[in-house]
Write a protein that binds this ligand. Structure first.
Ligand code: URA
Length: 248
């Protein structure tokens, strides 16, 4: 039962909805007849020390171009997330564009093709942007994490942190005039806040290269595929984006 609830909530979370934490089931008690023996204190084994998280930062000092960055990411060992992926997923679109779109994590199609937002939700995202006249020439798109999380689960906070130096460098190299955050994971990772439902369509700012960049959180297209009635909100957000672009 708890498992079924977890899967349902995890789907909603992937779709960008704020979900409550599931209360943990109380630990099962050992039957009274079986008394646990007092355990021996654990013997310290230096070879079993907790491995440190992969650290991307040192390699980034030499990165000067997008090509340098994509090569470093492609060769980086990010632990479980890169072990299970076919390849890293870097970006698509126009690096000279004013608008940088940041999604959550690659899915199955992106893992196969090596490009972000090329599956069903990517096709919807392209249509949403096309509705205000923006084709791939007008934007540059990437994700918070560069590998598909195993089983399409949400990226863990640790995986987001591992990929964060790559994303910071990516944003600095693109130097966008406007940022669009797609979905709750991207919104939380970059703003440190939660609540895509109440924050979508509300402009905020992110600092890139010392400059405040207007940033718009929007619903994830995977969520809109399940909740088409909310496309009207997505349309309002696109109108706000169009107005901001026209004011640049
Ligand atoms: N969802 C995302 O957030 N990013 C992708 O690249 C694909 C689906």
């Amino acid at each position: 039962m708890e498992q079924a609830l977890k899967s349902l909530l995890s789907w909603w979370e992937v779709a960008g909805v704020d979900v409550p934490d599931i209360p943990k089931a109380p630990p099962r008690r050992r039957p009274a007849a079986v008394k646990a023996k007092p355990s021996k204190p654990p013997v310290a084994n230096p070879t079993q020390a907790k491995p440190e998280s992969p650290n991307a930062a040192p390699q980034l000092a030499k990165v000067k171009t997008l090509d340098d960055l994509s090569k470093i990411i492609a060769g980086f060992d990010a632990g479980e997330i890169s072990d299970h992926a076919r390849q890293s997923v870097f970006a698509r679109g126009n690096p000279e564009a004013d608008i940088m779109i940041i999604g959550e994590a690659p899915g199955r199609d992106e893992d196969i093709q090596g490009k972000p937002f090329v599956g069903k939700s990517g096709q919807l995202l392209d249509k949403i942007f096309a509705s205000i006249g923006l084709t791939e020439e007008a934007f540059y798109i990437t994700n918070v994490v560069n590998w598909r999380p195993p089983g399409n689960r949400n990226p863990s906070p640790e995986e987001i942190e591992i990929c964060r130096p790559f994303l910071d460098k990516h944003m600095a190299l693109i130097d966008p005039k406007i940022i669009v955050l797609v979905g709750g994971v991207s919104f939380s990772a970059l703003t440190g806040r939660t609540g895509i439902m109440k924050n979508r369509g509300q402009w905020t700012t992110l600092t890139v290269n010392g400059r405040d960049v207007p940033t718009l959180p929007i619903y994830h297209p995977a969520f809109l595929l399940r909740q088409p009635v909310l496309k009207k909100d997505a349309w309002m957000d696109m109108l706000a984006l169009r107005a901001k672009i026209d004011s640049l």
